[in-house]
Design a protein around this ligand. Structure first.
Ligand SMILES: Nc1nc2c(ncn2[C@@H]2O[C@H](COP(=O)(O)OP(=O)(O)OP(=O)(O)O)[C@@H](O)[C@H]2O)c(=O)[nH]1
Ligand SMILES: [Mg+2]
Length: 463
């Protein structure tokens, strides 16, 4: 797999209510992009990101898991979050590791309690969001209803950028409101291939209505565009896309797309929009952190120079492997990651990873690739064995060598978790995590699944 520079990376959390189609969508995106050899399925127990025996048996996600899709010369890291509230801690961790959020809403179910919770968490973080109305092929699928639901329950700033051609069993295409073209899918399409056509006459009136609304809403977020729009000037696709991306960054616009992951319909358009509209790590402001072991604040610019800095967002214990830690690179560092990537979370001795892998799906099970130790990295999302560093991709696994003494300090700060209610009395336990910035972040857990996510887990190099 090739290496990607940070302007060619998108880190996207895929969140939503339970069974809204997130895992199926991640599978379809990875397959359609050619980054996964097979189109896995939750029903058959072959999905990329529901890979643990428990998930395969139960047919729903329990853990946050990673996959990626390479599209338009860009690597889209997809963090597939579980939707069931019991596991919401992992979904919150995904939101904190990503630069953009894809909120999946079922075309029959609309906005549900899990959708609202994810929206609130994303809103608090203020990161760009995009909606995807999934399962458009299902009986009683209703795009309009899902759109209205989002507008009424989540945000009036949602705006469709494509509309479906047909719904339920008749769903067979999408009209792209930017390009004013129609994508029609053939029955039996395997990887989202489509015929591009003019807009069917019977969809013209609907297209005009939505297209008008889209341009008007985009223009409202940009004074120069608004002036031109009111002056009757045409706004090009590129200008509209650029203004939309900027509007998303400011939290003023939330595009809405649709499709059917099982059929791979709408997946190519979604991949392109993830690349075109989601921010690259390099587009974002510096990360605010603290020097390890001191209260001294530091700003970590998102450049490729300096000391390696990563953010751990999930640690799991893998059978026969040991601790596997997922982390994203905030700052690659100019030295090799293997030297820089060291250390300990709340332990006395520091340690370094025994192996670093990248994965598309389960850590040790499939598609895992060992990474050379001396490669100067590129930022991305990765996991690690009791953690650490890594280039453009994903997993980092292995066991720690005890007794390693680092000459450079790195550390993860676990947020202090305060219990605010009694576990036994309240099955969904609101917890308050107090970060160093004294900001309060509510999280939820249950007695069975207490939360120990290094939400505040910045690894900061003492440069
Ligand atoms: N008809 C149809 N069914 C779908 C589609 N996408 C997903 N499903 C089905 O919906 C069910 C739930 O899909 P998942 O992908 O597991 O949903 P999820 O959001 O990951 O669920 P959790 O991880 O439990 O939150 C599965 O049985 C899928 O086969 C689709 O596009 N069309
Ligand atoms: Mg899932």
């Amino acid at each position: 797999m090739r290496e990607y520079t940070s302007d060619r990376i998108r880190n996207v959390a895929v969140v939503g209510h339970g069974a809204s189609g997130k895992t199926s969508l991640v599978d379809a995106l990875a397959f359609v992009a050619g980054s996964s050899k097979r189109h896995g399925s939750v029903k058959d127990g072959t999905s990329l990101t529901d890979y643990t025996p428990d998930e395969i048996e139960r047919k729903y996600s329990i853990n946050l898991a990673l996959a990626h899709a390479e599209w338009m010369d860009t690597k889209i890291n997809l963090l597939d979050a579980p939707g069931y509230l019991d596991f919401i801690g992992d979904a919150v961790a995904a939101l904190h590791a990503a630069d953009g959020v894809l909120i999946v809403v079922g075309a029959t179910a609309g906005v549900e309690v899990g959708t609202e919770l994810m929206w609130e968490h994303a809103e608090r973080r203020g990161i760009p969001r995009m909606f995807f109305v999934s399962m458009m092929d299902k009986e009683h699928a209703d795009f309009e209803k899902a759109y209205t639901d989002i507008r009424e329950h989540l945000t009036p700033k949602v705006i469709p950028i494509e509309i479906p051609v047909g719904e339920g069993a008749q769903f067979h295409g999408i009209v792209n409101l930017f390009s004013k073209r129609c994508h029609l899918y053939k029955a039996g399409t395997k990887a989202g291939e489509y015929d591009e056509t003019d807009i069917p006459p019977e969809y013209m009136e609907r297209f005009e209505r939505y297209s008008h609304e889209l341009i008007e809403r985009i223009a409202e977020t940009d004074d120069t565009l608004l002036e031109r729009y009111l002056g009757g000037e045409e706004i090009s696709r590129e200008e509209a896309l650029e203004a939309m991306k900027a509007g998303m960054r400011r939290g003023e616009l939330f595009p809405l797309l649709c499709g059917a992951a099982d059929l791979t319909y709408g997946t190519r358009a979604l991949l392109s929009k993830l690349v075109e509209l989601m921010p690259a790590p390099a587009d974002l402001p510096p990360v605010e952190a603290e020097k390890w072991g001191t209260p001294e604040p530091v700003k970590i610019p998102r450049t490729d120079a300096g000391t390696f800095v990563g953010h751990v967002f999930k640690t799991v214990s893998e059978p026969h492997v040991g601790d596997v830690t997922f982390f994203r690179i905030l700052w690659t560092g100019s030295r090799s990651w293997a030297d820089d990537a060291v250390n300990e979370v709340g332990r006395r001795t520091a340690s370094r990873p025994a192996a670093v892998l990248r994965t598309n799906g389960g850590p040790m099970h499939r598609n895992a690739q060992a990474l050379p130790r001396d490669r100067p990295g590129v930022r991305g999302i990765l996991p690690g064995a009791n953690w650490r560093a890594m280039p453009s991709a994903t997993l980092f696994a292995g066991s720690l060598r005890p007794g390693f003494q680092p000459d450079r300090a790195f550390g993860v700060r676990h947020a202090a978790v305060h219990r605010v209610r009694d576990l036994d009395r309240d099955p969904i336990l609101p917890l308050v995590v107090r970060c160093r910035e004294q900001q309060e972040i509510r999280r939820h857990g249950t007695a069975q699944h207490p939360l120990h996510i290094p939400l505040d887990g910045l690894i900061v190099g003492a440069a």
